[in-house]
Write a protein that binds this ligand. Structure first.
Ligand code: NDP
Length: 294
């Protein structure tokens, strides 16, 4: 078993991004600029946004965190997004999910100018990704592809089984792994809560992507010997063992699954760090205008 080590890969790619951001500053006199909107005070969301902002600073981007209380209306939030859409000093905009129940996340996603949609959730970006056209690829799947590429994981002709079909992880992952590229060229099965005989499906996988949101959901008896296992899950539990007061667990029972695998991502230290890289790369592309020229 070998680790797909998010710390190693993200540190290396971050150095490249930092250099490119410095060149961008030299050429244009400004830094790439990411704005993150955070509504409410969900503990997980606060941690993710703080980490995104910190990473922006580390690579030489400007970052702004706009915070609202849960009482903000959908119309007010959309008005703010429209203002940012027309602000030339801002390259990328993300609205951290989940949103309070009175705000429709689809409406919010569609209100963002797709040219600033560095999370890659806007239907224009998802449609362009499906057609293999230049676009912002959702940050987590983008980061996973960069990790597979870094470790030169052979994917062509392999059977990939994805557990979870969300718009932000499972579904885009299925598109990217089925593409005629390296990494890619997999035969993809996408599974979900209505899948019958899930264990048998997962057992067929040479590559497993677990994006369910349930601690230890993928167990050793579901894994074929030598499989590559990508654990996307982030499950937070309160803990007295850590300074932060919580501990993170993946969707994979790492202790028992790892010995059967050829490669596996740890949690923490795996996909989460690569998601940040996907976001930083998209923000840099947005600033440089390499994907959308106008
Ligand atoms: P969603 O809740 O949107 O989707 C979960 C998926 O898992 C759904 O498709 C659901 O099926 C499926 N599922 C749930 N229960 C079962 C079951 N018993 N059997 C089979 N499938 C099941 O989650 P996300 O995709 O947004 O996130 C998944 C996990 O990844 C979470 O832990 C999240 O925190 C984490 N995450 C981590 C990121 C990172 O950077 N590392 C980034 C984004 C997410 P159905 O569609 O039928 O309901």
């Amino acid at each position: 078993m070998q680790l797909l080590d998010g710390k190693v890969v993200s540190a290396k790619i971050k150095e490249d991004i930092k250099q490119e951001a410095a060149e961008f500053l030299k050429e244009t006199g400004r830094k790439p600029h990411l704005v993150a909107i955070l509504v409410g005070n969900d503990g997980g969301s606060e941690t993710y946004v703080a980490s995104k902002m910190r990473n922006c600073e580390m690579v030489g981007f400007d970052s702004t965190n706009i915070r609202y209380g849960v009482e903000i209306t959908e119309a007010e939030l959309i008005a703010k997004i429209k203002e940012i859409n027309t602000d030339a000093s801002i390259d990328g905009l993300i609205v951290q999910l989940p949103l309070p129940p009175h705000i429709n996340p689809d409406k919010i996603t569609e209100a963002i100018d797709y040219r600033k949609d560095v999370d890659g959730f806007h239907p224009v970006n998802l449609g362009r990704m499906q057609r293999n056209l230049p676009c912002f690829v959702p940050a987590t799947p983008y980061g996973i592809m960069l990790m597979l590429d870094h470790y030169n994981i052979e994917t062509a002709g392999k059977k990939a089984v994805i557990v979870g079909r969300s718009n932000i992880v499972g579904s885009p992952m299925s598109i990217l792994l089925a593409r005629n590229t390296q990494p890619g060229n997999c035969t993809v099965t996408i599974t979900h809560s209505r899948t019958q005989n899930l264990r048998e499906e997962v057992l067929q996988g040479d590559i497993i992507v677990a994006a369910i949101g349930k601690k230890n959901f993928v167990t050793a008896d579901m894994i074929k010997d030598g499989a590559v296992v990508i654990d996307v899950g982030i499950n937070r539990e309160t803990s007295t063992e850590t300074k932060s007061g919580f501990k993170l667990y993946g969707d994979v029972d790492f202790e028992h699954v790892a010995p059967k695998t050829s490669w596996i991502t740890p949690v923490p230290g795996g996909v989460g760090l690569m998601t940040i890289i996907g976001l930083l790369k998209n923000t840099l592309e947005a600033a440089k205008g390499t994907i959308y020229k106008d």
